[in-house]
Design a protein. Structure first.
Length: 151
């Protein structure tokens, strides 16, 4: 159900919801940053591994650690700045859907956790935003946040 009150409040605050395209590109940028960081961390260990099985076991052992890093990355950037690096580059930010302020730590943690869950089930929560009138993915709906263009 579309929140007409939200639409009016966005209008009065001179805010516009960020497009799905901008959000997608920001997501890709963030993932590339995190993957480059992960590569820098593991490249030495991978190159020194003696066989393919040990390389695979090492990479598999990193899955949970990488998810924790992603969780913390999104939690910290959202709580401090209302935007990840990708969102900052694309001039969009996450705000509380009621007061349009930077999300609280609880909202940021909730949003970050649900993002991970959504990614793990074939990005269904992200796809939801394409069809949602307020362009909210599951992580936005549950954390009660929206993504808007920066003025």
């Amino acid at each position: 159900m579309h929140d007409f009150d939200l639409e009016k409040r966005l209008y009065y605050e001179d805010l516009k919801l960020a497009s799905t395209d901008k959000r997608t590109v920001s997501h890709i940028i963030d993932d590339l940053i995190l993957l480059m960081l992960l590569f820098l961390i593991i490249s030495d260990t991978i190159s020194n591994s003696s066989n393919i099985e040990s390389k695979i076991l090492f990479i598999n052992s990193l899955v949970i650690k990488f998810m924790i890093i992603k969780f913390l990355y999104h939690l910290i950037f959202t709580a401090l700045y209302g935007a990840s690096i990708g969102k900052m580059l694309l001039k969009i930010k996450i705000v509380d859907q009621q007061g349009f302020h930077t999300p609280s730590v609880i909202q940021s943690a909730t949003r970050s956790f649900v993002r991970l869950f959504s990614e793990s089930i074939f990005y269904l929560g992200f796809l939801w935003a394409i069809f949602d009138q307020d362009k909210q993915g599951w992580h936005d709906k549950i954390a009660r946040t929206i993504v808007v263009n920066v003025k």
